[in-house]
Design a binder for this molecule. Structure first.
Ligand code: BGC
Length: 507
């Protein structure tokens, strides 16, 4: 063994003993522990099996859209290597897996064409192989990718027509897979998605206007809110279909996932504390309040006025309580400074919410830097976010559907990427705060680490890595990172402890 290897091994076991004060048995035994991915980020095979082009296929081929000029044509080649990836999951010891279905693989032309039998067959094979290994499929219907035809025909999320299309897509999936899939997510992070797609122009269809961004078309002031409105109503349409025709027979549950940063006031001033309320409103409450509390959050109604579409009485009825669980993607925390009473320059939602977010207070960072700007790692933010959601929504069942650590690839050797001690620190400390929230009564029922494998990180291409498993994108070779070993060890700790107890009992 080389001295570097010895050093890393020693460090790994030191880390296990120093930070792994958290164990599987700190969570309920029925708790789902999994990993997460999404179709466009891992599948590849973008022209195979009668699949049509998705909005991301088209967008990522346009010059200047992706940081490294790459795309998801091959990505992790998971479409062909899913058995190998399931084996890796099985080795980790997870009992669930969150993945998404590519709409353009299942319905290449949306409701304007037929169901694609090859696409259905692919997901059937994937689902069956997972179940055979005791891994629960936790399925997202939409994780940013849609058939391009829906964009070209009627402008996708900007048109109410999308509700019918999404309802049709959801129903095909319930019908084909619902006998085995017991957990459905309609949408992944509509709040984050519409900011990138319709305010900043960084995701397809790349709409925006000045001063938010520089695009050839769009209106950053209103379009994000219209798109989210149609997404929320599409969600309600799908849940309505599920509840009326499938849920009783199939016995599953359905929810939606919101992206949820945590915010702390920059100072103790009332203005900064109110700004935190506004910052939080455009996170999960934007999506969840209309479903669980009857309308958009008061802060959004107040600051956006007529820029925010309104729900009709029928729509409010359709929306009410249309979810069985809340999915939360939580990665980071930021400070918030008010801009309502003092002038400052801000971007994105911050500009709309009259505030500015930052990672620094008096020159000190709120948490550890990661490879994604604004993704400051602040483990205690996990507990605060979970308790906030618990209180706001009367302790509705919750799943942490994503949490993960962004690793910079620039200047990093493969060895360094694989020996990801920072990621171990990240997971173990976030899980510690999650378990603390559960001990305070939060009904959290699962945790999915983002991500199973390094993959296509949207506008960042392959320049940032989130995986527990390292992928060499030239050869597609998978190598479990140190963090994968940590997760495996963590997941088996209950078994280890049980075994010890059992042995003692025997003695
Ligand atoms: C998304 C993932 C993404 C991850 C890391 C989430 O916003 O759901 O698709 O890869 O964050 O940026």
């Amino acid at each position: 063994m080389g001295s570097r290897k010895i050093f890393v091994t020693v460090l790994f076991f030191q880390l296990l003993s120093s930070v792994a004060c958290i164990s599987r048995s700190d969570f309920p035994s029925s708790f789902l522990f999994g990993t997460a991915t999404s179709s466009y980020q891992i599948e590849g095979a973008y022209l195979e099996g009668n699949k049509s082009l998705s909005n991301w296929d088209v967008f990522s081929h346009l010059p200047g859209t992706i940081k490294d000029g790459k795309n998801g044509d091959i990505a992790d080649d998971h479409y062909h290597r899913y058995m190998e990836d399931i084996k890796l999951m099985h080795d980790l010891g997870v009992n669930s897996y969150r993945f998404s279905i590519s709409w353009s693989r299942v319905l290449p032309r949306g409701r304007f064409g037929d169901v694609n039998a090859v696409g259905i067959e692919y997901y059937n094979r994937l689902i069956n192989a997972l179940l055979l290994r005791g891994i629960q499929p936790f399925v997202t219907l939409n994780h940013f990718d849609i058939p391009q035809e829906l964009e070209d025909r009627y402008g996708s999320w900007l048109s109410p027509q999308i509700r019918e299309d999404f309802g049709h897509f959801a129903e095909v999936c319930f019908k084909e897979f619902g006998d085995r899939v017991k957990f459905w997510i309609t949408f992944n992070e509509p709040n984050m998605f519409v900011e990138q797609a319709y305010k900043l122009g960084k995701y397809p269809p790349a709409h925006c206007s000045q001063p938010y961004g520089n695009c050839s078309t769009g209106d950053s002031e209103t379009e994000p809110y219209v798109a989210a409105h149609n997404i929320i109503l599409s969600h309600a349409t799908a849940v309505d279909i599920y509840r009326k025709a499938y849920q009783v027979k199939q016995g599953g549950s359905i929810g939606i996932v919101a992206s949820s940063k945590w915010y702390e006031p920059l100072t103790n001033s009332t203005a900064d504390r109110l700004a935190v309320e506004r910052a939080l409103a455009v996170e999960a409450p934007w999506i969840l309040d209309p479903i669980l509390l009857g309308d958009y959050p008061p802060q959004m109604l107040e600051i956006l006025g007529s820029r925010l579409p309104t729900f009709t009485i029928e729509e409010k009825k359709l929306l009410l309580n249309k979810l069985d669980f809340i999915g939360i993607n939580h990665y980071a925390s930021n400070y918030v400074k008010d801009c309502m009473f003092s002038s400052c320059d801000s971007d994105g939602y911050d500009r709309d919410a009259l505030l500015v977010t930052t990672g620094y207070k008096d020159g000190q960072l709120i948490g550890d830097l990661t490879a994604l700007p604004t993704f400051y790692a602040v483990p205690r933010g996990m507990e605060k976010m979970v308790l906030y959601i618990m209180e706001r929504y009367d302790n509705k069942p919750m799943y942490i559907t994503e949490n993960g650590y962004a690793q910079e690839t620039e200047g990093a050797s493969t060895d360094e990427l694989i020996n990801d001690t920072e990621r171990i620190k990240f997971i173990s400390s976030y899980l510690t705060y999650l378990s603390s929230a559960i001990s305070k009564g939060a009904d959290v029922r699962g945790y999915f680490f983002w991500s199973l494998i390094d993959n296509f990180e949207w506008a960042f291409g392959y320049t940032i890595r989130f995986g527990l498993i390292h992928v060499d994108f030239q050869t597609q070779k998978r190598t479990p990172k140190l963090s994968a070993k940590w997760y495996k060890k963590f997941l088996s700790s209950e078994k280890l402890q049980l075994k010890t107890k059992y042995l003692r009992h025997e003695v």
